[in-house]
Design a protein around this ligand. Structure first.
Ligand code: ATP
Ligand code: MG
Length: 557
């Protein structure tokens, strides 16, 4: 994490003031994911904000699963979220927490509200409930069950809990104000009947608390001081405060809202991401094209660049769209500084150095990174047979082409100058080999006679090359706002978001590439080994990102 002074934002100001005024003695925040999907780049923002503020002010941050809706939740999601938060570099206070740990306490507080005349069991069905609720311009109407005596509500609530009541038949509602201009205060639902198996509490419960009834109380139980959420909860804040004011809670948390992160060319709705996975538009939650933390990790993006990006987006109270180019800039900036260099030929063409002794094998010792001595050196085998990229050879010279041309010279990166003397074609007329000669006096120096050699190309020694598959990824969507307005985001998928290149040849040292280590393949971009081998057993490298921002360059041209 960087030590650079952080620019202020309204949350930092609030916390600083609260500490200065003694309203709080320490900072406790929480990150409260619902385990109904994998975390995405938007969640990374919430994680960095919550853990980051706690860290900055010497406080703590809890990781709490908001597992109040058993029908959509799963332990697979719990496990992935725990892994992702740790990978981002954050440590939560104590054990992982679960809303379900507080079900009994919450139930007791629901009974308390009933006894105080502040909640009742209502028998309006979902459709009637909607009718009675009113609209933004019309007040709601009182439920016919609103004056139900507390003992009767308590009795029915107990039966709801035991599973004696059908789903949709009854709810427990707060008794607040059906005439409130804030719809959230029109007798909101606290408990619904749900005969579902819960991944932690099993079949113990037949009622589950609503988000509103659960969230603030969980914060209070955990002595959270600053409950930070996104702007869509602003209208829920009066309800949050109503519960805190009317319940015997052990602390008084406060809620603050900030604008969620919206990123161009990216979807950050868990429901839509799930649809991409379930309908097979991508290969899983961790497909390297997904904006999930696990997808970004598999793609080779470092946690540091995610934190850097999130910090640069700032914290504000107005919604906006952040340019994906800014994220890509952070990814590239990090990799340029930290990724060891390597060579890999994506479209191999054989080169034979006719004047290099047959059977002779040399080893060239080269830097892993031009500016980073600390990253050490690597060994490049060298011999008479090499691979270069097909696109680095042409029969005829042209003005802008600075690579290898028949009859001319080029430098092999980190090695010698070679000249293309002759092409070998197969029966179909396709070039299958170049016969070249090398200049033995050009290793690490220019030709002695002053010949100018402009181009540099990458190469891999043939006999020890690592056969591999390379996957090139592009943006998953074609338009900047794939799910704006009425449009179906699936119509916006980029059909060319994945290109698979088989039969690639990488330098030997990449056989030992560690998982999670991203390399710069010289002249090609940044690549990271995939955890899974290809169907033929070969190593797979995923392109994290290209060397240059071709999208914005295309836009300018
Ligand atoms: P759902 O619509 O399923 O509730 P969610 O994206 O709100 O999805 P949660 O698991 O409830 O998912 O989110 C956990 C936390 O992450 C919440 O505090 C939420 O406000 C925050 N969060 C989610 N998406 C973003 C985003 N794009 N930017 C910033 N914070 C986000
Ligand atoms: Mg949510």
């Amino acid at each position: 994490m960087t030590d650079a002074p952080k620019p202020s934002n309204f949350l930092r100001t609030i916390i600083r003031d609260d500490l200065a005024a003694g309203r709080v003695s320490g900072v406790v925040t929480r990150f409260p994911p619902e385990p109904n999907g994998y975390l995405h780049i938007g969640h990374a923002k919430s994680i960095c904000v919550n853990f980051g503020l706690a860290q900055e002010f010497g406080g703590v941050c809890n990781l709490r699963f908001d597992d109040t809706n058993p029908s959509t939740e799963d332990v697979e999601y719990v496990d992935s979220i725990i892994r992702d938060v740790s990978w981002l570099g954050y440590a939560w206070d104590g054990e992982v927490r679960y809303a379900s740990d507080y079900f009994e306490t919450l139930y007791g507080w629901a009974q308390h509200l009933v006894r105080e005349g502040l909640a009742y069991v209502c028998e309006l069905g979902p459709e009637d409930m909607r009718q009675y609720r009113g609209t933004l311009t019309e007040p709601g109407r009182n439920s016919p069950w609103r004056e139900r005596p507390a003992p009767e509500s308590l009795e029915l609530l107990a039966r709801m809990r035991q599973g004696a009541i059908e789903e949709g038949r009854m709810t427990l509602r707060a008794r607040i104000d059906m005439g409130s201009p804030n719809l959230n205060l029109r007798d909101p639902v606290l408990y619904r009947v749900k005969h579902a198996h819960h991944h932690r509490t099993g079949n113990a419960w037949h009622i589950y608390p609503s988000y509103d009834f659960a969230h603030g109380q969980e914060d209070a139980i955990e002595h959270v001081t600053h409950s930070i959420c996104t702007l869509e909860f602003e209208d829920h804040r009066p309800l949050y405060e109503w519960f805190i004011a009317n319940l015997p809670v052990p602390s008084r948390p406060r809620q603050y809202e900030f604008a969620r992160l919206n990123l161009s060319y990216t979807i950050t709705s868990k429901r839509k991401l799930r649809q991409l996975v379930e309908e097979g538009h991508v290969q899983g939650w961790d497909d390297p094209r997904m904006p999930t933390i696990s997808g970004l990790r598999r793609r080779g993006v470092s946690p540091g660049s995610i934190r850097d990006f999130v910090e640069r987006t700032g914290v504000s109270r107005s919604d906006g769209l952040v340019d994906l180019g800014m994220f890509e800039y952070c990814i590239r900036d990090d990799l340029d500084k930290n990724a060891p260099r390597a060579m890999c030929v994506l479209r191999p063409l054989k080169v034979t150095l006719t004047n290099y002794p047959e059977g002779q094998h040399n080893e060239l010792l080269v830097m892993a990174h031009p500016q980073r001595l600390d990253l050490g050196q690597r060994v490049l085998p060298f011999s008479r047979e090499l691979w270069i990229d097909r696109e680095d050879f042409r029969m005829e010279a042209s003005k802008d082409y600075k690579r290898l041309v028949l009859g001319a010279e080029v430098r092999l990166r980190n090695a010698y100058v070679i000249r293309a003397d002759e092409v070998v074609r197969d029966a179909a007329g396709e070039i299958v080999e170049l016969r070249c000669s090398y200049d033995p006096d050009t290793l690490g120096k220019n030709p002695a006679d002053g010949r100018k050699v402009k181009g540099v190309i990458h190469w891999v020694e043939a006999s020890r090359a690592l056969d591999c598959e390379v996957r090139l990824y592009d943006r998953l969507f074609r338009d900047a706002q794939p799910d704006a307005g009425e449009r179906n985001f699936l119509d916006n998928l980029n059909p060319d978001s994945l290109q698979v290149l088989a039969g690639c040849k990488a330098e030997r040292s990449l056989a030992d590439a560690a998982l999670g280590q991203t390399f710069q393949f010289e002249r090609e971009g940044y690549f990271c080994r995939d955890p899974e081998p290809a169907a033929n057993g070969q190593v797979v490298f995923n392109r994290t990102i290209g060397l240059r921002d071709v999208w914005s360059e295309a836009g300018k041209g």
